[in-house]
Design a protein around this ligand. Structure first.
Ligand SMILES: C[C@H](O)[C@H](O)[C@H]1CNC2=NC(N)=NC(=O)C2=N1
Length: 100
């Protein structure tokens, strides 16, 4: 049986468990770069929301761009003169767990 609040629910958050079709991180111009392609904008933006919360917790923030279902993330440490540091590698690893 369904309770009223269940009837009101919208679609299941299927977005959060789906694997994107991506290559892994590459190092390019002193940045760790990874491109992600999702099924649609909702999936891409759900992913970005999760990354944003994780980044804020780490106090380490991505450069990123989003066009519809594509997200590109570039990680570098501006406190270290825009070089790749352990903090970038940690955030990359964390981001990987959010799409796994
Ligand atoms: C003051 C603050 O902790 C720093 O500016 C943090 C915030 N987020 C950051 N993010 C990134 N990508 N590089 C940094 O050097 C950095 N530094």
């Amino acid at each position: 049986m369904r309770y009223p609040h269940q009837v009101m629910r919208t679609a299941e958050p299927k977005t959060l468990n789906r694997k994107p079709t991506t290559a892994m991180w590459r190092e390019e111009n002193n940045q760790l770069v990874r491109d992600f392609t999702f099924a649609d904008f909702s999936e891409a933006f759900a992913f970005m929301t999760r990354v944003a919360l994780a980044a804020e917790k780490m106090d380490h923030h991505p450069w990123w761009s989003n066009v519809y279902n594509n997200v590109t993330i570039k990680l570098t440490t501006h406190d270290a003169g825009n070089t790749v540091t352990e903090r970038d590698r940690q955030l990359a690893t964390l981001i990987d767990t959010l799409v796994a």
